[in-house]
Design a binder for this molecule. Sequence first.
Ligand SMILES: C[S@@+](CC[C@H](N)C(=O)[O-])C[C@H]1O[C@@H](n2cnc3c(N)ncnc32)[C@H](O)[C@@H]1O
Length: 216
Amino acid sequence: MTERLSYIFNEIPPCEVFADIACDHGYIAGAMLRSGKCRRAVVSDISAKSLKKAEDLLSDYINDGRAQSFVSDGFDNVPQVDVALVAGIGGRLTMDILERAKAADKLPETLVLQPMKHVDKVRFFAVGIGYKIVKDFTVKSDGQFYDIIVLKKGKDSLSREEAEFGRTNLTEKPLAFREKMRFEIDKVLKYLESETMTYKTRASMLKKIERLKKHV
Ligand SMILES: C[S@@+](CC[C@H](N)C(=O)[O-])C[C@H]1O[C@@H](n2cnc3c(N)ncnc32)[C@H](O)[C@@H]1O
């Protein structure tokens, strides 16, 4: 497992039935079953070819009935589970998947998300469909930053700053988050140096730097 997947695995709570939505390789479901963190696991992917990797990895568990696999767009063909992971896909796709799961009344009690983009929007969206944030923080793996959001059903409300940066990042300032802030500041500075832009755009970039600086 990559470092990113290990970070995700550590955040998944013990449960009866775990689902890895958009699983591809199925490593997390394998680790959940091996470690005894779940009794049963469901792996699903929209691509039969991707899912086959997970099916091969979990073949012993599938044979003894502890794992099931489904070709599925999001939760569409997946039975009700206690805890689900949706990781490594775009934020918009993550929200589409969750929206359909809500309409089908299939949202699990606990969700672990690791969207690749539009994380601020995903945070607002998840709270809007009835989740509260348990933990929301940045990790670094192979030189890349990733956000992991752990959610449980319940009421919550997010400030703009929490949506932009992640609540746990703001309260605990983990090292990966501070590094990410420095990285983002450098990116904006380089952009300011290299591009010609309107006064308004420049002012908004400078404002962004001030916002980011608060968290270094
Ligand atoms: C980059 S892999 C991520 C695998 C794994 N979740 C991880 O974090 O390492 C993305 C996977 O999402 C699957 N996928 C894309 N759209 C999907 C959808 N609407 N429903 C289910 N799976 C989807 C792809 O087939 C692919 O296997």
